[in-house]
Design a protein around this ligand. Structure first.
Ligand SMILES: Nc1ncnc2c1ncn2[C@@H]1O[C@H](COP(=O)(O)OP(=O)(O)OP(=O)(O)O)[C@@H](O)[C@H]1O
Length: 618
């Protein structure tokens, strides 16, 4: 019989082990059964954290985080997890899934420790990337702020030797956060013991197998004791979840919390621009030099070279940005995300290499079938030996705080990947904007220097994205930038592009890697000793010392601007995203039109896009 959280002594009762796979409203009925007394006291739809049954120290910690009330996924998952049920939960990006599993898990450990203070690793949280492991670890630290003596956590994703790892684990952390491969390695080489494990969490569960962790997962599953309570969290459903469910869960409760946003409540505005390959660079230059998007921005590009190229291109115009890619050391990556979240930088250029793991959705089914039927040895290797960190990922799960906009400079190759990329903005009830560049078929390959293979099928991918977003009652709208107004800037864009040669990109890439490897280790030691001085080194400094510098490009002369002038552009820019949880209704928020000053179209308010001759399609 499977032992579950809160049921360690009592025999597991059959009703809770009955498979419960039902829509959200049906699951409400189960809550009513489980907690009838609470039901009478408090209206069901809005329980507070304290009413979810969590340890008071956690309620205190949550209040310190200024979480006023639990999100939907927290309201649903926490009571189930506290009851000891296996939970398979699908909820949208940025909906607060981390707290939904971390809080009940800590609460359960505290409850057990109140009667049995022995130390053992009671919880293993597996995540697909090292960045995410760091984020979850930090969340545990925050939530256990008022019980830090009772809860020890460790993350296994640092680059440390087995000896160091072993000594870390000899402290017997209650909670271990890791990627599957590091966890399996530590079980074998660094003394991680799962003998008494109570809880297993798979965060971003649909991604775990695509990252090539299948073998590690199987191995780990064999070492687990019987009766481990499993919680799986995901933003999308996939066949992989079924596989994992069959390996790790027994009779899980399925929470499919597909919150369909009413148009009034939608916080994310989505736009796309159809343009030629070189126009992408021109529009990006205009958007960022003229600050048409205000606030912090995450730009996704298809590969590492492209990210350096865009950074060097921006440098030509004195636009500062920093880079995230799988080549950079983990310490650097974590620091870049930390500093971005602290507000030190405005622009991150991330190469979303993992977008490829979702496959090219435009590849025909016949091809994929043929591929599947091939012997295993002919299958593409999931874990290639490259210098890249296979455990890297920024489009999944990473919580970029107060991100105003996601720009898909290169469209991803799948709608799933798009969903996760745009999920980095408009998180936790905030507003956000997503802007994607789409290369029409007839313009593909027309500008060789900037052409990119993965953009050949942009239109097909866009069709899938539109369909996928429509299922969530979301729209993605077309923006037309005025060719005439842009032309004045074209020669500058061409000048800058010419300066960013392949050699310059290669040099910048090697140089940064070398520098980061060096400072990553130095920094690690330095910041361990001086944790308050995180701004010591900035990551958005210039890379292009070997690129031709063109001083004239750094400024925008007034004569290049539309006749309404720069002031008109900079006072009310495209994509200004207010960060307050503004009441959309009061401000006349309409479907597909972002709320906020700058997007009020027509009427007395001025449309900044019109001042720049940028118009929505009629
Ligand atoms: N109850 C709450 N009230 C306010 N903010 C919250 C609450 N719960 C979580 N948050 C905040 O919401 C943000 C998103 O949370 P989290 O990263 O857990 O989302 P997620 O659902 O795991 O997203 P993803 O699917 O992208 O991984 C975080 O900044 C977190 O601090």
């Amino acid at each position: 019989m499977k032992r579950k959280l809160g049921q360690s002594e009592a025999p597991a009762s059959t009703p809770t082990e009955t498979p419960v796979t039902k829509p959200e409203h049906a699951e409400e009925a189960k809550f009513e059964q489980a907690e009838p007394k609470q039901e009478k006291k408090q209206p069901k739809q809005d329980p507070s954290f304290a009413e979810l049954g969590l340890d008071p120290r956690l309620v205190q910690a949550v209040a310190k985080q200024s979480f006023e009330k639990p999100t939907l996924v927290q309201r649903k998952a926490i009571p189930l997890a506290l009851q000891g049920q296996d939970v398979l939960c699908k909820a949208k990006t940025g909906s607060g899934k981390t707290a939904a599993y971390v809080l009940p898990l800590i609460s359960g450990i505290l409850k057990r420790k109140s009667t049995d203070p022995t130390s053992f690793t009671a919880a293993l949280i597996l995540v697909p990337t090292r960045e995410l492991a760091d984020q979850v670890f930090k969340a545990i630290e925050l939530f256990s702020a008022f019980c830090s003596k009772d809860i020890q956590a460790a993350k296994l994703t640092e680059n440390v030797s087995d000896v160091v790892q072993r000594s870390l684990l000899s402290n017997v952390p209650d909670i271990v956060v890791s990627t599957p491969s590091r966890a399996w390695h530590s079980i074998n080489a660094a003394g991680l013991s799962l003998e008494k494990l109570h809880y297993l969490v798979l965060d971003e569960a649909d991604l775990v197998l695509s990252y090539g962790y299948d073998e590690d997962m199987e191995n780990i599953s064999r070492t687990l004791p019987k009766g481990v309570q499993t919680i799986m969290m995901s933003a999308t459903l996939s066949a992989e979840l079924d596989t994992l469910k069959s390996i790790f869960c027994r009779n899980p409760t399925l929470l499919d919390l597909n919150e369909k946003m009413g148009a009034e409540d939608e916080k994310l505005s989505q736009f796309y621009v159809k343009c030629g390959e070189d126009d992408k660079w021109l529009i990006a230059y205009l958007i960022f030099k003229l600050r048409l998007i205000k606030g912090k921005c995450l730009i996704f590009v298809a590969d590492i070279d492209r990210s350096y190229r865009l950074k060097l291109f921006f440098e030509q115009f004195s636009i500062r940005s920093c880079i995230l890619n799988s080549e950079l050391p983990i310490n650097t990556r974590i620091k870049v995300i930390d500093e971005f979240n602290k507000g030190l930088y405005d622009i991150i250029i991330a190469s979303d290499e993992k977008s490829e793991i979702f496959g090219d959705e435009t590849a025909d089914e016949e091809t994929s079938k043929k591929q599947k039927d091939k012997p295993e040895s002919d299958q593409p290797k999931k874990k290639r030996k490259t210098q890249k960190d296979q455990e890297y990922g920024v489009s999944r799960g990473i919580d970029f705080r107060n991100l105003a906009a996601v720009v898909n400079f290169d469209l991803p190759t799948s709608a799933t990947s798009y969903q996760h990329r745009i999920g980095r903005t408009a998180r936790a009830g905030r507003t956000g904007m997503a802007l994607s560049f789409v290369i029409p078929k007839e313009l593909y390959g027309k500008h060789k220097p900037t052409s990119l293979r993965s953009c050949e099928n942009d239109e097909k991918i866009l069709a899938k994205i539109v369909k996928q977003q429509a299922k969530q009652e979301r729209t993605i709208e077309l923006y037309n930038f005025s060719k005439k107004e842009m032309e004045a800037f074209r020669y500058r864009m061409n000048d800058a592009l010419r300066a960013v040669t392949k050699v310059a990109v290669r040099e910048a890439r090697t140089k940064e890697l070398r520098q980061e490897l060096l400072r990553s280790e130095t920094l690690k030691r330095y910041f361990e000793e001086n944790p308050a001085e995180l701004s010591h080194l900035r990551h958005d400094g210039e890379l292009g010392r070997s690129t031709r510098t063109q001083a004239h490009l750094k400024h925008v002369p007034d004569y290049l601007l539309p006749k309404e002038g720069k002031k008109a552009l900079s006072s009310q820019e495209i994509g200004f995203v207010p960060f307050k949880n503004a009441d959309a209704k009061k401000r006349g928020h309409k479907r597909g039109k972002p709320s906020g000053r700058s997007f009020k179209v027509g009427g007395k308010k001025r449309d900044p896009l019109k001042t720049f001759k940028v118009r929505r399609k009629p």
